[in-house]
Design a protein around this ligand. Sequence first.
Ligand SMILES: Cc1cc2nc3c(=O)[nH]c(=O)nc-3n(C[C@H](O)[C@H](O)[C@H](O)COP(=O)(O)O)c2cc1C
Length: 206
Amino acid sequence: MIDHTQIALAFTGASGALYSRRLLEVLLAQNFTVHLMISAAARIVFSDELDWKLPARSSDVHKLLVTEFDCDPDLLHVYGEQQWSAPLASGSHRVGTMIVCPCTMGTLSSIACGSSNNLINRAADVMIKENRQLILVPRETPFSAIHLENMLKLARLGVCILPPNPGFYFKPSQLSDIVDFVVARILDQANIEHQLMPRWGDVDSE
Ligand SMILES: Cc1cc2nc3c(=O)[nH]c(=O)nc-3n(C[C@H](O)[C@H](O)[C@H](O)COP(=O)(O)O)c2cc1C
């Protein structure tokens, strides 16, 4: 029933667009079919952090990203925030894993209370109700008690709460090492093979 070659991916308006771009790049390079949702706030943050000016129409975003990542156009599906006709709006779809990276405190809150007021929230709600895998990469600092309670509530429902907290034990020498550390942890949770970085214990320590 579940098609493990398909992934749902949502970008929301928290800082961390570098993680989003790298994650999408790796998934497409591995020939996953990606069902992509981008919030209005994410477009603003992407324009600030990546100089990516994402067009308003989903079909234009699709065109831009297919060119950027030089991928098979059929691997990428881009949906609008209110596109209720999207397969992800229903539990009948075959996607087993959804990743929200980064995840704002606003989207976290909407998911925690099941508001389903845009496609990202609805798709996440579907993943929870269908007992499928949902991975959230929440970005804020410091966290308030509201944020922490929302995360605890979702963690108790089986949602993976994966803050983008890089470890420094591999001695990163550039920003991309730190980005890859976080993306590697997300891929591990999604059970996706990668060679982004060595695993602890795989490299000889001095
Ligand atoms: C440049 C920029 C950075 C932001 N960073 C964060 C952040 O790290 N975490 C967060 O929860 N909200 C952040 N926000 C605020 C959210 O974008 C805002 O709450 C928005 O309503 C979230 O909508 P969304 O969840 O639909 O993307 C940021 C906004 C901007 C413009």
